[in-house]
Every structure is written in C-alpha cells, then in structure tokens.
Design a protein around this ligand. Structure first.
Ligand SMILES: Cc1ncc(C[n+]2csc(CCOP(=O)(O)OP(=O)(O)O)c2C)c(N)n1
Length: 659
C-alpha cells in the first residue's frame, strides 16, 4: 500500500484533499460512460494522474495563475468552476466558457485564474513567465505554474521558457507530468536524460523529481516550491512521475503499451490508495466517503441535465466577428500643432518614449534593446530614462518573449516587443498566430501587445534580413497590421498601437528609417488604426500602396509631371480602409496596387479581389498589380534591384495609361 506522510496536515486538510481528488475522477468516469454511449465526442483522460493537477492547484493561492493542459481537469475543479458550465463548455454550448468556440480544455477564465492552452502545448510555459514577470514588477509574493507533458519537453518552447525564467529570476513553477508516453511515443524515444528534472541544472535552476501519484507528496512539494520561488525570486522545475492509464485520447487505444505497465501502475492509483489510507487511519469512515461521492454524483447529474437540455448554438455572425477584437476607441487624436523635423526612426522612437511616459504599465522587450539601444537604435537612451525593469534585453528566443508578452497582458500590462528584424518573427510565429491573435475570440482575454517589425529590402541584406512578410499576418483574424510610410504617421500610429488593447504587428521599413524626414507634432497624439491617407490627388491612375511603395509612387509622379497619379497610402493593412479604397477607385477608374512584397499572396491580390467584387462599375481598366519577383530576396545589389517591385513600376503605369 502507498505510504502518505501526513506531517503538517490537519485532518480537515487531508479530507479536503480527498474531496478534491475524487471529483475529477468521478467526472471522468461519467464522461467515459457518455463517450461509450456516443453522447459526447472526444475525451483526453487524466485518470491516474489526478494527484498532480489537484495537489499542485491546492498548493497555490486562488489568485495565482495556472497554465493547465489537456489532462488537467483537476485544475478546473479545484478552482471551483461549476460542473454545469464545464459540461456546457465540453458540449460546445453558448454558455460554456468559450461560447462554443473551443473544445475540451482549450479555454481559460480570468475569474478562476486559469489561462487556457492552445493545442500546441509548449506555448503555455512562456505565458507563465510573463505572469511571473508581472508579479515581480509589482513586487507581489505570488507565483505562476505551468504544466508540460514529457512529450512537450521536447519542444523549443520548453527550453526557451525555462531559460527566460532563469535569466530573469522569475517565480515560476514548471511542472512536468511524466506519464510515460507522448501519444504513442515512449519516453525513451523522446529524451535520453535519466530524469527530466536533471535538465534544470542546465538552466541554472533547481529541479526535483517526485511521486506524482501521491497527493500529499505533490501538495507538499509544490507548497515548498512556491515558498522557494517567492523567497528566492527564482523558478523551479518539478517532475512528477505518473502514468497515463488510458489512451492518448479515448478513440486511439493503448495497443502499444505493455500490459504489465498498467498492472504495475494500477496498484499505485492516486485515488484508491489515498482513500484506503484515510480509511485505515480512521480519518474517514465509509459512510462519509459515500456521502462525499453522493454529493459529487448529484452535482454531476444536475450539470449533465443542464448541459444536455441547453439548446444548440444559433450562430450570430455579427457577434462572431465582433468578438475577434476587444472593443477600443482611441481618445487622443489631437495635438497642439507644434511640429519639429524628425527622421522616420526618430518619430518611431518619440512615439515609444511618449507612450512609456504615458503608460507606466508598458514594458519593452527585445534583443539588445537596453544599453545597446536596439539594432537600429530606436530605444537608445530608454534604459537610462525608464530603467532596466521596463526596458528589457531578452535572450535570443522570440517565441518565449511573445508568450511572456501575453502573460504580461493577462496581468494588465502593456508590452512592446522588438523583433530585431521582421524576418525573425518566424520563430515567434506560433505564439503570434495561435495565441495572441485568437485568444480574445476564444475566451475573451485580450493580448495587449505591439510587435515591432523592422522590415523590407533595398539595403543589400539578403534573404533573411529583407523580407516583406506583412501578408503572413494580414490573413490572421485577431491581429491588427500597421505599416506607416511617413514620420508623422509612424509616431501617431505607434501611439495608437500601444493604446490599442489588441495585438498589433507594426511594420517599419528599414530603408525609410534614416532616408525619410518630415514635420512631426511634438505632443503625444494618435492616428486611428484602419484609416488610409490620401497622399496626393490625381486624375489618371489610382496607386494604392503603403510603406516604401508610397515613396516610389510620389517619386515617380515627380519625375512624370505628365501623368497625374492619385496616391493612397493604406497605413493599416488589417483592418483595411475600404471606404478610402473605394473612393480611390472611383476617382480615376484605373487602379495600380503597388507593394514591395512578392506578387503571389501579397495583399495586392486581396485588394484586387475586393475591388472587382465591390467597385466593378467604377473600373475603366483591369486592375494591375506591381509587386516584387516571386523569389526570395537576393543579396547582390543588382539582383535585389531586379527583384524589387520598384523596377517594374514604369511598365505597370505605362500599361494602365494605355487603357
Ligand atoms: C506542436 C504540436 N505537435 C503535435 C501535437 C499532437 N499531440 C497532441 S498531444 C501529443 C502528445 C503529448 O505528449 P505529452 O506532452 O507527454 O502529454 P500527454 O498527452 O502525455 O499528457 C501530441 C503529439 C500537438 N498538439 N502540438
């Protein structure tokens, strides 16, 4: 029989732990019956692992965030999420936690201090970093706790999150449930270190391995870990040894697991062992156990009735679309009118600086952005003015920093992350596309994050420092994509992006940084995201463009006074200013869509489609697109010039003029 060390626990606490560990077991047993009856669809079972979710969550304060995964029902029940609402969630009903938009455990709720997972598993870990950073900055004695499976530890996100927590001295508990398998893959095909906790040493953090089936051991270990993290202001890695007693998910079976393993681990069942120990020690009588179970059973039956009775969702398209973004209107569009000549890069920097002064909950993060001032010196002098806590150099780990930014947002902070080059967003892509962009729609949490993207070519920097990758983001509902072309727009849009509680991907063309200057208002002001700007009025051709394209078009117009170009600077690519686009089409009846991005899949194609659907009667010629070659961006200057859309602008305009 399993041994339990009750030192330090009152009888009442021991019984409380029992009540909490029985509940998820009983819910799951019921779910398995319903599954067999075909009354629910998919189910990921945590049977046999309940001591971990329950013991760990019980060891935390109720307002400390947990980042659970797909087998951690115990986290949700310990936090007292009502069963009927949980069941509505699993049924995909409107009154669940995600309005029917998310499945099983892929949801969170701030009321319960639970941040929901995305399918990708590893991204949960860095969110815990951001939450812990918020605690640290506010000097609160709190921790965050993130779960990982043994399989999930192979993801880069695991490494990045642990490293950031160690480097930044963040009070995070990283908890691994080592249950022997990642889907069908046994641990010896997943990693070769003896224990996963041994990895802690490599990050310079403490790591321990415990019996994950013993609820008292888990509860005690996490309680001690919590004290340690708060007192030492450091993270810890806790590996809980356990076993997955059922298939990866119920439909997938367990053929690949040797039978003996089930027999061995059945003897270590966390619920029956604890119950037997409580009975033997006369801490609980059989009648009390029966009464506890009966109460839970009734709660489950009531919840099921409510869930099955609830009507199916009647989709409301307006509500679906409205929930993609947190509603927001800027209030600070005005300025006094006093202006100074500023370079594009100075305007970006001015906006950031004034935003830092205005929002004391704004944190800047990025590689080399502190003392060094950033690769392009946008944040030069910031660390002296605002201090290292708010102007943070990061290790080289884009994914973890985007995740940490989301964690900060959950705790009410704003953040700006500088991608050193827009190209490097690829290694933070998952967090941007799947976490930041979708979280508000999924369960109502916003991501108050701006990601700055020094972008574009023309500077001889080759394929990985020159890309125009805005279209990757434009096709992702939930993001806003901003791309200014002038210093005045750069500052106003930067301020607007920081004010906006939604995730904004902010493109800054590197070639404009020091080549373009203009008068910029001295005061703080914002320019509304989603509003285009008429650069110049004209009669012959409407050039719809943004970024460097605006300057190519104006330069072309100056050199060709005989051609009258009507130039529209989109400024925001998501949302697009359709009214302005329509007006521009109407103005000349001839449209040229110009961008530095490659042609296929560039935003020009999307706008062309929209114009042909909505402005067909206004067109006097086919819509023409001018984009860069459909190749990577080459290094040699001659090749790069040949690549660039700018070199084909004359041909495109000449073609249109013939209509
Ligand atoms: C990035 C990513 N790759 C693959 C999957 C498919 N998948 C879902 S769960 C899982 C196994 C996870 O194993 P582990 O982390 O040990 O957790 P466990 O399921 O054992 O609790 C896999 C491969 C996924 N969800 N995300």
């Amino acid at each position: 029989m399993m041994q339990f060390d009750r030192s330090g626990y009152t009888d009442e606490q021991l019984i409380d732990l029992y009540k909490e560990i029985v509940r998820p077991r009983m819910i799951e047993e019921k779910m398995l019956v319903l599954l067999r009856q075909g009354r629910i669809s998919k189910w990921f079972s945590g049977i046999g692992q309940e001591a971990i979710a329950v013991g760990a969550t019980m060891a935390l304060d109720a307002d400390e965030y947990v980042m659970p995964l797909h087998r951690n029902l115990g986290v949700f029940t310990v936090r007292k999420m009502p069963f009927d609402k949980l069941f509505l969630q699993w049924q995909g009903k409107k009154n669940g936690f995600s309005k029917g938009r998310e499945r099983s455990f892929h949801f969170g709720a701030n009321e319960y201090h639970i941040c929901g997972m995305i399918s990708h598993l590893g991204p949960q870990l860095a969110i815990a970093d951001g939450i812990a950073l918020a605690h640290k900055l506010r000097k609160e004695d709190k921790v965050s706790l993130a779960f990982s499976g043994d399989g999930g530890t192979s993801e880069g996100d695991f490494h990045e999150a642990l490293n950031v927590a160690a480097v930044w001295n963040l009070p995070v508990i990283f908890l691994i449930e080592n249950n022997g398998y990642g889907l069908s893959t046994p641990t010896d095909e997943q990693f070769v270190c003896k224990q996963l906790a041994d990895r802690a040493l490599g990050y310079g953090m403490k790591g321990i391995t415990i019996d994950g089936n013993n609820i008292l051991e888990v509860h005690k270990a996490i309680s001690i870990a919590r004290e340690y993290c708060i007192k030492e202001q450091k993270p810890i890695l806790v590996e809980c040894m356990t076993f997955r007693m059922r298939g990866h998910e119920e439909a997938s079976g367990v053929k690949y697991v040797p039978k003996e393993l089930f027999e061995t681990w059945a003897k270590k069942d966390p619920v029956s062992n604890y119950e037997a120990w409580l009975l033997k020690g006369k801490l609980l009588k059989q009648e009390t156990i029966d009464a506890i179970r009966e109460e839970i059973r009734k709660d489950i039956e009531n919840g099921l009735a409510a869930g099955f009775d609830a009507p199916s969702i009647t989709p409301d398209t307006n509500e679906e679309v409205a929930d993609v973004y947190k509603p927001f209107t800027t209030t600070s569009l005005q300025h006094s009118g006093k202006t100074t000549e500023r370079k594009f890069i100075q305007a970006v920097s001015d906006g950031l600086r004034q935003s830092m002064e205005r929002f004391d909950n704004l944190v800047l993060m990025g590689q080399d952005i502190a003392e060094y001032g950033g690769a392009f010196k946008v944040t030069e002098g910031f660390v002296e003015q605002f201090g290292k806590a708010r102007v943070r150099n990061t290790p080289l780990c884009e994914s973890a920093i985007v995740g940490a930014a989301l964690g900060l947002s959950i705790k009410g902070f704003k953040s700006m992350m500088e991608m050193q080059f827009a190209d490097f967003a690829t290694v933070g892509f998952n967090q941007i596309i799947n976490n930041l962009a979708k979280i508000h729609y999924r369960w109502g949490q916003n991501a108050d994050v701006v990601i700055r993207m020094p972008t574009g070519g023309g500077v001889g920097a080759g394929p990985f420092h020159s890309q125009s990758n805005e279209a990757w983001f434009v096709k992702t509902p939930g993001l806003k994509v901003v791309y200014p072309s002038t210093p005045e727009c750069a500052k106003g849009l930067m301020n607007a992006a920081i004010e906006d509680p939604n995730p904004v991907i902010f493109f800054e063309h590197k070639a404009l940084y020091r080549s373009i200057s203009g008068q910029v208002p001295d005061d703080y002001y914002t320019i509304e995201i989603g509003k285009a700007r008429l650069v110049q009025d004209g009669d012959d051709i409407s050039v719809i463009t943004y970024g460097a394209g605006v300057h190519w078009a104006t330069e072309y117009a100056e050199k060709h006074p005989d051609i009258s170009l009507h130039i529209l600077d989109l400024r925001s690519l998501l949302p697009l200013d359709y009214d302005a686009i329509k007006a521009a089409v109407k103005r000349t009846g001839k449209v040229l869509l110009l961008h530095e991005d490659t042609l296929i899949g560039g935003i020009g194609g999307e706008i062309a489609a929209w114009i042909s659907e909505h402005c067909f009667e206004d067109l006097d010629a086919p819509i023409v697109r001018c984009g860069s070659l459909d190749t990577p961006v080459p290094f040699a200057i001659e090749l790069e010039q040949n690549f660039m859309a700018k070199g084909r602008l004359d041909t495109a305009i000449t073609k249109l003029m013939k209509f």
